[in-house]
Ligand binder design. Structure first.
Ligand code: MF3
Ligand code: CO
Ligand code: CO
Length: 284
């Protein structure tokens, strides 16, 4: 059964990554009022979410993260007519981030096969017509152990409860405070070194969205803002160590597990629209 999928993966990846076409960036913005811009953000968000759905059947024991990178890259370029934003971004060598087990974020795909029981965060950012969509989720090779499943569930709850708070008038510090409280209630820690971020016609802009903090502080959220929330939650201590090319790879210092989920959001007149929502997600 899983041999069949591994053969399909081999076939899909045998020629490596296709070339990326040239493209022209738009002027950097992370807040929009024009419907054309909002539609551009909706399309980019949907494409990024679609890549996660497309990858699901390929995340099996025996697949390498390099293979997942090639499959995602070729899908983004060939099927979506989009650009994988990570590739060559400040020297990042691949088209997706694959963060396995104790890797917190910015994992660089490699030739090592996933083993039964591994968890991997796959983070997809696409650029479509100059607009960015950025989203990530956890995947499991085989059944996750109960402690891993719990960490991932709580991490997704941290993301969801923060999203539910987003509306004009909420302050950025309110989000981090709520995320931190939920993580700590479960005796997990919050990574402080990496934050959510404004995104739009640029990858990383204002506002910075820490996943810790104090309610009633920080930027006041306004209609039309587009930003991500992407909590990284550790089973052990919050401290980070760096590895890999240019120190890109962030790992837990204590070697324990880390999980992350990310969505791209648009602030509406009275709430929030999740630009990267997947069909399987229940957001009522
Ligand atoms: N997608 C990541 C984020 O959520 C950023 C990855 S930067 C890269 O912000 F270069 F590593 F791809
Ligand atoms: Co992001
Ligand atoms: Co991301």
């Amino acid at each position: 059964m899983s041999n069949e999928i591994l053969n399909q993966i081999k076939e899909l990846t045998k020629n490596g990554r296709v070339d990326v076409p040239n493209w022209t960036p738009k002027t950097a913005a992370t807040r929009f009022t024009d419907i054309a811009d909002i539609e551009g953000m909706r399309t980019a968000g949907r494409l990024a979410a679609d890549v996660l759905d497309m990858l699901l059947p390929f995340v099996v024991p025996g697949v390498t993260t390099d293979q997942l990178d090639i499959i995602a890259h070729n899908h983004i370029v060939t099927e979506q007519g989009a650009i994988p934003a990570p590739l060559d971004y400040h020297g990042f060598p691949n088209s997706i981030c694959t963060s396995v087990n104790d890797v917190i974020c910015h994992g660089i795909p490699n030739t090592k096969a996933l083993k039964k029981g591994d968890a991997v965060n796959i983070d997809i950012t696409v650029i479509k017509d100059g607009y960015y969509g950025d989203t990530s989720r956890m995947f499991f090779a085989g059944e996750p152990a109960p402690h891993l499943a719990r960490l991932c569930k709580v991490t997704q709850e941290c993301l969801y409860l923060a999203i539910k708070m987003v509306k004009p008038g909420t302050r950025i510090g309110d989000l981090g405070a709520a995320i931190e409280a939920h993580a700590h209630k479960h005796h997990f820690s919050v990574v402080e070194e990496y934050c959510g971020h404004g995104l739009g016609t640029t990858f990383h802009g204002e506002p910075q969205v820490p996943h810790y903090g104090t309610s009633g502080t920080g930027t006041v959220i306004e209609e039309g803002m587009t930003f991500t929330i992407e909590p990284m939650i550790n089973a052990g201590k919050k401290q980070v160590k760096h590895a890999g090319k240019d120190g890109w790879i962030a790992k837990t210092k204590d070697g324990r597990l880390s999980a992350q989920y990310e969505h791209s959001l648009l602030v509406t007149a009275d709430g929030v629209e999740i630009l990267t929502l997947r069909a399987e997600e229940d957001f009522s």
